[in-house]
Design a protein around this ligand. Sequence first.
Ligand code: SF4
Length: 316
Amino acid sequence: MDFPQLASCRICPRDCGVNRYTGTGFCGAGSNIKIDLAALHHGEEPPISGTKGSGTIFFSYCNLRCVFCQNYTISTGGKGYELSCEELAKLMLKLQEQQAHNINLVTPTHFSPQIAESLRIAKEAGLELPIVWNSSAYECLDTLESLDGLIDIYLPDLKYAHGIYAGKYSSAADYPQVALAAIKAMYKQSGTLQTDEQGFATRGTIVRLLVLPHGLSGAQTSLHRLAEELGTEITLSLMGQYYPAGKASLHKELQRGITEQEYQAVVDTAIQLGFTSVFVQELSCSDAWTPDFIGNNEAHSDPPIACVNPIMENCL
Ligand code: SF4
């Protein structure tokens, strides 16, 4: 199938205008879907991983390409294999057969038209699971609009509050305003987090804030913006697993994990602002913080606590 959007690609805010049938733009992706892995994944937030795992599909390439990316060989190196929309649809159905709680599309933005088509094929063939859009939020409103009705759960990052660092580490100085607008659109489409009787997510938005060392992500500022512009009912996931990966070694200030104090300051800000649904992680004294989510999505006055999952890296 031909996708007219790919002939002069403006799928994301990079606005490359390249013909992806004959070349590539910033993300590195051509016209064919490419993935590195599809598997049941137990390292996401509890309502996403559930008990049987999230049916996670890791797409190759990325339109943000952060220097500290933990999946650098996939996001920038383009590691993976190509498949057609029909094959991707079959893969989703296979994950459903394996009892995945949902289909979790990781770094999907640059393949939006092909994924939308795959979802239509899969849904027609019996796919009933909630669909999770797990992205960097560096996305165009038009692209998100084209996904309305296909996606049930949005799981966007809000990586930076300050353009200077978004520019330095992700070559996207406009990231803070672009991502906030994208998250607003996602929230408008999907609403607050809904779960079934077993506590597994069926619909809604969870915003992930990765805490970088030295306050470089500006997570506390991002929390203030979210509270002001979207309110405090939106579910948050405060991520403390940063460790130097990818090309982080080229930046002295990125060469350590975060401290407990840095992480706790972000948790405290979320609580002070009155967010009622927050997932937090337990930090251990390690070079690599493990993303063991401990939390729930119920209203609380103290930081939520519970449950341990393996780290995402183990699944790759
Ligand atoms: S999806 Fe890729 S080619 Fe298209 S605008 Fe974004 S970065 Fe450029």
